[in-house]
Design a protein around this ligand. Structure first.
Ligand SMILES: C[S@@+](CC[C@H](N)C(=O)[O-])C[C@H]1O[C@@H](n2cnc3c(N)ncnc32)[C@H](O)[C@@H]1O
Length: 289
């Protein structure tokens, strides 16, 4: 009897630990993107003291995992977050959400219910051909070009359950739609700028950009190098505190090496090979004390 009780207690303990782990790991934001920095921020920046900053700038915001995680870990933070992205659809959507969360979500739900014809194959085809950035990030199935209606609805449901919390966060957000090089950051305030640019050697300059197919054979990758030179210019010439996370490449390390803070491995699902892919990431930082 005592033995059964002990086994039961151990199973219960494992269950609680697993549940806790799953809950911490799960990001319930309405949009999703595999490269977002929400979980990494919770893991690697849990000791970052942000209380001194008037403004935290997430200059390549995407689904602003850095700012969301920092606010969750520092709910009494007094300053504001600048959420900047070059993608006008993303920023327009966030502005609408801030104005009216329920109405904005309802509008997407209604539009997509009109598109849904009972199977994800047609749904995916529709989104691939006509979907907006928002619809694609909401209904994206995996990290490839398939979309799943039911999965998107679950995301909406999870987000709705957290609306009171998101309202608090959105009050703190100030949206900007600029190229990182044109973003005017105040020099008379205490500012932390976070950069998570598209992968240096990647084809996705923006979330939805696809390489161009030439005569059905070749693909042309957009040149992301200017982004990194712009960030390097900011790192070298501006006094505000700055952090960048980027995939390791020798060239980047040649340029930013003096700012190395730490390295870690990040795993991705690689759809093409049905395997997990690991990429080494580097944190470069310039923080004054
Ligand atoms: C890797 S994602 C950022 C992910 C983000 N840290 C998160 O947690 O979701 C890169 C983002 O940079 C944006 N972007 C690309 N070029 C930009 C530029 N020149 N200025 C500002 N944003 C840019 C893209 O639209 C994309 O949303």
């Amino acid at each position: 009897m005592k033995g059964i009780f002990c086994v039961g207690a151990i199973i219960w303990l494992i269950y609680i630990l697993l549940l806790d782990n799953i809950m911490v790991r799960y990001d319930r934001f309405i949009l999703n993107y595999q490269g977002n920095k929400y979980l990494e921020t919770k893991k690697y920046f849990k000791d970052l003291d942000i209380s001194e900053y008037d403004i935290i700038v997430e200059s390549f915001a995407g689904i602003f995992g850095f700012s969301r995680a920092l606010f969750e870990m520092n709910p009494d933070y007094d300053g504001v977050f600048w959420i900047n992205d070059i993608d006008p659809d993303l920023i327009a959507f966030y502005k609408q959400l801030k104005k009216s969360m329920k109405k904005t979500i309802k509008a997407v739900e209604t539009k997509m219910a009109g598109v849904w014809k009972g199977n994800n194959k047609d749904f995916s085809k529709h989104l691939r051909e006509k979907g907006t950035t928002i619809e694609k990030l909401l209904f994206r199935s995996m990290n490839c070009d398939t979309y799943n209606y039911e999965k998107g609805l679950r995301k909406i449901k999870n987000f709705k359950a957290k609306i009171p919390e998101y309202k608090k966060l959105f009050k703190k957000l100030r949206f900007k739609n600029k190229d990182v090089a044109d973003l005017k950051i105040p020099t008379n305030k205490k500012v932390l700028v976070f950069y998570d640019p598209p992968y240096f050697d990647s084809c996705n300059k923006t979330y939805m950009q696809k390489p161009t197919t030439i005569k059905g054979k070749f693909i042309r990758y957009p040149d992301n190098t200017k982004l990194y030179l712009d960030v390097l210019n900011l790192f070298q010439n501006y006094s505000f505190d700055q952090i960048m996370i980027v995939n390791f490449t020798c060239l980047m390390h040649h340029l930013f090496g003096e700012y190395e803070d730490r390295r870690y491995d990040r795993q991705y699902n690689n759809q093409a090979y049905m395997k997990r892919k690991t990429a080494q990431h580097i944190v470069y930082s310039k923080i004054s004390n």
